[in-house]
Design a protein. Sequence first.
Length: 506
Amino acid sequence: MNGLPSFFKEKVPSNILPYKLENEAQTREFLQKLVDVLLDFIRATNDRNEKILDFHHPEDMQKLLDLKIPDQGVSLQQLIHDCATTLKYQVKTGHPRFFNQLSCGLDLISMAGEWLTATANTNMFTYEIAPVFILMENVVMTHMREIIGNSWRNGDSILAPGGSISNLYAFLAARHKMFPNYKEKGIATIQGQLVMFTSDQSHYSVKSCASVCGLGTDNCVMVPSDECGRMIPRELERLVIERKNKGHIPFFVCSTAGTTVLGAFDPINDIADICERHGMWLHVDAAWGGGLLLSKKYRHPRLSGIERANSVTWNPHKLMGALLQCSTIHFKEDGLLMSCNQMSADYLFMQDKLYDIKFDTGDKVIQCGRHNDIFKLWLQWRAKGDEGFEKHMDKLMELSEYLVRRIKEQSDKFYLIMEPEMVNVSFWYIPARLRNMPHNKHREQELGKMCPILKARMMQAGTLMVGYQPDERRPNFFRNIISSAAVTEKDVDFLLNEMDRLGHDL
Ligand code: ABU
């Protein structure tokens, strides 16, 4: 923090706006210093010679940080220092060698949007206080619905705090559609046991809906999936009939477009046929795979039939690279969201306002406060256009295909678990001592044991991050995700070489 003017050392952040109007220049200087800290982080994030993380165990990290809340406020200088320290120990999720989560990368246009959003500091519940952002939300949501399907143009959508809450909104709307009196009369209005269905590979938030909404998790039926992680439609229909024969009321099916671990796509058309036959709501959880709707090359067959759904979750903060968080839920039918959730709080959603109150979109959701997640997406989409997003999707898929090719070319060192449908590539790393062993359940157990050890080495070296997990069919395996615009073929080569460097002796 050398070079800071003495003004920064004075222990009075109240020297800047809004307290001291005459200190506009010092306010600007403080914020520019902060921007320098942010730019240093962005530079380091994009520098392949920089580590992704500087790992410390929590008890050691606590000693490196001064996190306490003081009795008296600290100086501006200290605040700049605090910001720099915070970023020093933050994992660089935009680093080209960070392959760990579904949301990777740091899109600088979207980030610029987030900076503006923070500065505007408004709530998204009414047009009254967020006029431009509400109109933007309307335009972008309509555009996304048109991409889902022509018949969706006049539907409805909302940005929600994450894919799990988006799925919950779908559940609530589906129940409201079938039991419109539930809102006023509650559980007594449903004469029977409601049942929902999702694949055993779906996101856990779907099961959580059953818990939160009073069905109980036993009434969220987990439909078996095939070897590739796709729901088996005949199993779905068998389980629906089984529950109907018990007198239950099957009402909601969640089809996953891009499962979290394997990146599998359930066959939407087959599932839509079953939903039509049995009068069930079809929700597509495309939180992860939704981005591929933007690619002519990769949309089909993965998302074929999505236009037949009643609702779709689609998270731009995943494949599209919008900054966290940016999650959307779309409905084919307009008006449901409002009639399901509207409470007409009369201090906020007055019916006699100056303007058309249909723009007070906050009354459509069970939240009150709503973060502004639209501006960063709108700005990013303006920058890229549909064409830019299509190229982005195609590049991510092509890089994943490259990774699969390289894994196959080094089959002594890597074992590809399956041909992926999207950017999730599942594989084992094979250390030297296991290379000549025949591949069987015993070797899989041994390879599974290597995953946490190799991951720990990656984190301690700070050079690479790739996730691992077990599933129902196999012990721990690596799941590599390419969803960052920063990744190149050289980074993919680095990924495999670095795993081998760190793990060959295991
Ligand atoms: N279900 C959301 C994200 C999970 C992941 O990044 O791995």
